[in-house]
Design a protein around this ligand. Structure first.
Ligand code: SF4
Length: 426
């Protein structure tokens, strides 16, 4: 059976392409052509009914929210509430990164109850279930890895993170490196530990052709994970990070050759002045493949405010061409996020995405800002609230101390907008 890419390469405008084009207010032909070339991905799975979301060139920036249980806080109901809250607030996709309790539960409940593309990192389940059975990391077999991947695909997951770029050669260099934080990627650390212990090539890299066969069978999107992303400012932009990106660039070409959708994951922690360069490198080396960034965090010390640091880094990355932002919450580096952390993180990422869209798309994105400016100018509070990134919060702040002047309680009767209008006779 053919994939979405195969169909678009035959000139077919599929239902997914139509929905994305309508949502983005661009022509279906433009979306079709970019899907065919791998510049846009529409994550999907043949057995999962969702509202299609396009990620990539010429589209609005999309955001993803991670949910999932941990060993120390395993409450699937809470994770489902987080997933639903994130989507209500505007998260375009979700990833289930569960590592605690019954690992199939959150995934299957989100697939059933939430109508957005779902991503997972199947390798977590492979290693966690092996460790629970008192097997050690090197005891895990290649079959174990591929069986879990197939299980997730069969269940209906729309995109999977696969750490194929962390090769035996890269791990040997990592061992000799002076990195302060050798690896901060959970999936990347499982793979690297396995590679080190067995001194063997990464099975997902070695058998990438088989991974592509599986991805084709379910027509899912691969998210090529950055196992070696820098975990602190001091480690940013080193050889390891760039070596992995070069490997991933080769894999992107292979995936495209087989008609499999793929995107590329990026940093991580990175100083602000390196972010645009990194995005341009990804776009150049991976020939325009959609870029999914995990932050980037331009400082290491924003702990408990990392959502703000990530919004700064994310806006710069997306304005430079990154297409997909992963939500970072105030709990990042500290704990499993709670509902209020998810709310703060999603709103911050949405703001970052919109700031970038004004740069990427011009009037297509900034028309909302113009409408807001006009509403502000005429002191139209209802419209201002409606256009706000978080209407409920905007309304509650405005209503808290109401001014009888019709302006807001900041200047009240001395509202600059009111006074100047009177004298300008407008
Ligand atoms: S009262 Fe002051 S802050 Fe409020 S709308 Fe008027 S000028 Fe702006």
């Amino acid at each position: 059976m053919g994939t979405l890419i195969d169909a678009t390469r035959r000139g077919i405008i599929t239902e997914e392409v139509k929905v994305v084009a309508e949502a983005e207010n661009i022509t279906a032909e433009r979306v079709r052509e970019r899907v065919a070339r791998g510049l846009i991905v529409i994550p999907r799975n043949i057995s999962h009914q969702i509202r299609p979301v396009g990620i990539g060139q010429g589209l609005t920036v999309k955001i993803n929210t991670n949910v999932g249980t941990s060993q120390d806080l395993c409450d699937p109901d809470l994770e489902l509430k987080k997933a639903k809250l994130a989507v209500k607030l505007g998260s375009d996709t979700l990833m289930d990164l569960s590592t605690g309790g019954e690992l199939d539960v959150v995934r299957s409940r989100i697939l059933k109850e939430v109508n957005v593309p779902l991503g997972t990192v199947p390798i977590y389940q492979t290693f966690i279930e092996a460790l629970r059975k008192n097997r050690s990391i090197p005891d895990v077999t290649e079959d174990d890895m591929f069986n879990t991947i197939e299980k997730h695909l069969k269940d209906g997951v729309d995109f999977i993170t696969v750490h194929c770029g962390v090769t035996l050669e890269a791990v040997r260099l990592l061992v000799k490196s002076r990195r302060i934080m050798p690896i901060v990627s959970r999936g990347g650390c499982f793979h690297s530990a396995w590679i080190m212990a067995r001194d063997e090539e990464n099975p997902l890299y070695k058998n990438f052709h088989y991974l592509l066969e599986l991805a084709r069978e379910y027509d899912v999107c691969l998210s090529l994970g950055d196992a070696l992303r820098p975990g602190c400012i001091a480690d940013s932009f080193d050889n390891l990070m760039n070596m992995e990106l070069l490997t991933i660039a080769r894999l992107v070409e292979e995936a495209r050759g087989k008609g499999v959708q793929c995107m590329v994951e990026g940093p991580g922690h990175m100083p602000l002045n390196q972010i645009a360069t990194n995005v341009k490198m990804e776009k150049y080396l991976c020939k325009g493949a959609p870029y999914y960034v995990l932050g980037p965090l331009p400082t290491d010390v924003a702990t408990s405010y990392d959502h703000i640091a990530a919004a700064v880094g994310g806006a710069v990355a997306a304005a430079a061409g990154a297409d997909f932002l992963c939500v970072v919450t105030p709990a990042e580096h500290l704990a499993l996020p709670m509902l209020e952390d998810i709310e703060e993180g999603v709103i911050a990422a949405k703001i970052a995405g919109h700031i970038a869209d004004i740069v990427r798309l011009g009037g297509r994105a900034s028309s909302m800002d113009l409408e807001m400016a006009k509403a502000r100018s005429r002191l139209d509070w209802k419209t201002q609230v409606r256009l706000s990134v978080n209407p409920e919060k905007a309304e509650s702040i405005h209503e808290f101390v109401k001014s009888p002047s019709g302006a807001c309680s900041m200047c009240g009767p001395y509202c600059a907008l009111k006074i100047i209008r009177r004298y300008m006779k407008r």
